[in-house]
Design a protein around this ligand. Structure first.
Ligand SMILES: [Fe+2]
Ligand SMILES: [Fe+2]
Length: 278
């Protein structure tokens, strides 16, 4: 991969999937300095769209709060991405105002930003958050996203995207994520999927230098189905029952799980390795 403007010093990036709940954010924050040192990571990118779930919650309580975002940033997180829940919770305006917080770029929203360029010494990484229409369901607060490919081509034409490029594609379908990764092979350094919360075992290096993993996996309590939540509401919706009559969503219990990969990127912006971190 050597499109003009994509050169950077080689780097290692840690990409962490959907943090579920403030306890999980604290758990990650406590471990981040060691993870960073162990992997000699230059940048840490964390999807935290569910980081402010703190217990029984209403339907719109899956988002982020200033308190939890501060905890992650204080621990050394460089960029915080989101998804369909970037618009949930009481602190949306304040959270989107953080320069390190990146909300999906492919929708009609004037608050916040859809991409961020990070620099550390002579290393440069641009982080972009895309939201698939598959993850923005009716009744959610997220604006309806524009289709992925036209959004990407418009973005690439309009914006300078310096250094290595990492895309967090927040969506339901692994085939859609693989298709976009293949379509972008050689144009971006990495495409990592988020939103389904269940980690994909393998990462892949595509022929022209893009690293790809379908799903980073959630970071949070592993009990129940592994999504971080008690799935009672999901089961009720599948049965066609009125899930709003149930007690509010609750977090899962059980041990914490880390959903994350490490991506190594060379001087021409091509990825050289993608490995799951457990
Ligand atoms: Fe999520
Ligand atoms: Fe999501």
């Amino acid at each position: 991969m050597s499109p003009a403007g994509h050169r950077t010093a080689p780097m290692t990036v840690l990409a962490v999937g959907d943090v579920v709940g403030s306890d999980a954010a604290g758990w990650l924050a406590d471990r981040l300095p060691r993870l960073r040192e162990e992997h000699e990571a230059d940048f840490v990118v964390v999807n935290a769209e569910n980081c402010a779930v703190t217990g029984p919650i209403p339907m719109d309580g899956f988002g982020m709060t200033v308190e939890v975002i501060d905890r992650l940033l204080d621990a050394g997180v460089d960029a915080i991405t989101g998804g369909n829940h970037s618009w949930d919770g009481p602190d949306v305006d304040d959270v989107l105002a953080y320069p390190q917080v990146v909300r999906p770029v492919n929708l009609d929203e004037t608050r916040g930003r859809g991409l961020i360029t990070l620099t550390r010494g002579d290393r440069t990484l641009t982080v972009i958050n895309l939201l698939s229409p598959t993850a923005a369901l009716p009744g959610m607060k997220a604006p309806q996203p524009e289709p992925l490919w036209p959004s990407w081509t418009a973005l690439a034409a309009a914006e300078d995207l310096p250094g290595a490029i990492l895309i967090d594609l927040h969506g339901e379908s692994p085939w859609e994520k693989a298709s976009l990764a293949a379509a972008l092979d050689g144009q971006v350094s990495a495409l990592v999927g988020t939103h389904t919360h269940d980690p994909t075992l393998r990462g892949h290096l595509l022929p022209a230098g893009t690293a790809y993993v379908a799903e980073l996996g959630m970071t949070g309590p592993l009990g129940f189905t592994g999504g971080g939540f008690d799935p009672a509401h999901f089961a009720a919706r599948l049965r066609g029952e009125d899930h709003t009559a149930l007690p509010p969503y609750e977090l899962a219990t059980g041990p914490m799980s880390l959903g994350a990969v490490r991506v190594d990127i060379g001087a021409d912006g091509s990825a050289t390795a993608i490995d799951r971190i457990t």
